[in-house]
Design a protein around this ligand. Structure first.
Ligand SMILES: Nc1nc2c(ncn2[C@@H]2O[C@H](COP(=O)(O)OP(=O)(O)OP(=O)(O)O)[C@@H](O)[C@H]2O)c(=O)[nH]1
Length: 448
């Protein structure tokens, strides 16, 4: 009996035997019998057709050297390679399927005593045909794999994010274009380099995080601010992700980093605009309240008094009326600068709105300190203002209260300073007054 006839007559038994083996593959899980068997049956039948054709001695020679005549585009074996790629098989599993198929055919043909009558030539040709099928299947499989690699490479290369893969020791396995651009290299130059040697400014952090990702097997997320390319400082958010081999061992760490400098700057602008006055860039009313509460607690803790000043420009309306609103704005900006110059960085100058400013003086060790700053502010504001629309002069009225002497809550202190400022206006402007109990209820007393 010829081998092709044996295979055709026993194809189901051969496939039953083969299937027991093929089902054990990790990636065969979830595949039904039809999907698993389809190509195996097809491949066997194609081989049978081939064995049944006469073969010249030169064809036999070529085939035995692995040079079969060119096949049509999609042979059954090539389709097998494509399916196995899509189903997620690995190369070894794919090759093992063919070995098992060969073994099943040969063993069953021996067991059923068909062998003595099977022509030796059929066996040789069968082996060659199986080798040919392996080659076709693998060619298609690797073709797909290479294509996928090419596409992933294109995807990663075109990404503006920095993408890279590291050995667990820190050596670079892969770096995309954005990553290598930052270090002013081409990607190939980076392969094999130790990642830590590129990132000197934060080498300790990276070393610690790399170890931790490998040890904990968990993704690490972080943000860093650095001058990676020696230029201006930039902000990055980054991920370090452990990559596991099929045995579950962490074999590499995949990293990506995104430049978030612009986003951070815009968040900072939003944060500032919520807390700062647009015109003068000083803290606004809400930040002033927050700082005052904070400084009262600080004063209670340290036992050092705190001074609060309310400053209102005198007859500011006349500047607006004479030189225009824009000139008034310019004066308010300059007033903010001049007041800020009179105090320490740790003090707070705020604009509550209109022509009203406040100053929180912290850690007042000498009682005279507040008075001398008030005098300095008065002097500063008395100096003429060179505005775009012309020269202008102004003065201001200042009300002062002290914590804990005059009060210990924000509301009390604000009311006191406001009333003292009104007392100063009433006393003829261009001066300062400390709060006294006698002033209570005389000023505007509005809430701040
Ligand atoms: N240019 C400009 N003017 C403002 C702004 N906010 C408020 N003003 C003006 O500031 C002036 C404040 O006037 P008031 O404080 O009521 O009175 P004043 O003229 O300063 O007089 P006294 O406070 O009584 O000394 C008003 O004319 C407002 O229109 C601003 O952002 N820019």
């Amino acid at each position: 009996m010829r081998l092709p006839h044996f295979i055709r007559a026993n194809v189901d038994s051969i496939l039953d035997e083969w299937e027991k083996f093929a089902q054990a593959f990790k990636h065969a899980e979830g595949l039904d019998q039809t999907a698993l068997r389809d190509h195996a049956r097809g491949i066997l039948l194609v081989i049978c057709d081939d064995l049944e054709c006469e073969q010249s001695s030169s064809e036999r020679d070529e085939k035995s050297k692995g040079r079969a005549p060119p096949m049509p585009a999609e042979t059954e074996a090539a389709m097998h390679g494509l399916s196995r790629y899509v189903e997620g098989f690995d190369v070894n599993e794919s090759i093992a399927e063919f070995r098992a198929l060969r073994a099943s055919v040969l063993r069953l043909s021996v067991d059923s005593l068909a062998l003595p009558s099977v022509a030796a030539d059929d066996i040789t040709r069968f082996n060659e045909a199986i080798d040919q099928a392996v080659a076709e299947s693998l060619a298609r499989f690797t073709d797909m794999k290479e294509r996928r690699n090419r596409l992933f490479e294109a995807l990663l290369s075109s990404s503006p994010d920095l993408n890279y893969i590291l050995e667990t020791t820190g050596a670079i396995i892969y770096a995309n274009r954005a990553f290598s651009d930052v270090f002013q290299k081409i990607p190939a130059e980076l392969i094999g380099n130790d990642f830590r040697s590129l990132c000197k400014p934060f080498v300790r952090d990276i070393e610690r995080q790399l170890k931790s990702v490998v040890a904990t097997r968990k993704t690490h997320r972080g943000e860093m601010f650095t001058q990676l390319d020696g230029g201006e400082e930039r902000a990055y958010e980054y991920l370090l992700v452990p990559v596991f081999n099929p045995a579950g061992v962490c074999e590499a760490v995949a990293g990506s980093a995104r430049d978030i400098t612009e986003r951070k700057a815009s968040e900072e602008r939003v944060r500032r605009s919520a807390n700062h006055d647009f015109l003068t860039e000083l803290p606004n009313r809400s930040l002033f309240r927050e700082r005052l509460e904070h400084e009262i607690k600080h004063s209670t803790r340290t036992g050092l008094p705190l001074g609060l000043m309310f400053i209102d420009l005198d007859l500011f309306k006349e500047v607006n009326d004479r030189l225009g609103h824009a000139a008034g704005d310019q004066m308010l900006q300059e007033v903010a600068r001049r007041i800020s110059k009179c105090v320490r960085d740790t003090d707070t100058v705020a604009r509550l709105g209109g022509d009203e400013f406040t100053v929180i003086l912290t850690d007042v060790t000498l009682p005279d300190h507040i008075e001398s700053i008030a005098a300095e502010i008065l002097d500063e504001l008395r100096r003429p203002f060179e505005l775009a629309a012309g020269e202008a002069s102004i003065s201001c009225s200042i009300g002062i209260t002290v914590c804990p002497g005059d009060g210990i809550t924000p509301d009390e202190l604000v009311r006191n300073a406001d009333e003292a400022m009104y007392a100063s206006k009433n006393a003829g402007r261009n001066g300062y007054q400390f709060f006294t109990v006698a002033m209570r209820g005389v000023g505007s007393g509005g809430p701040v």
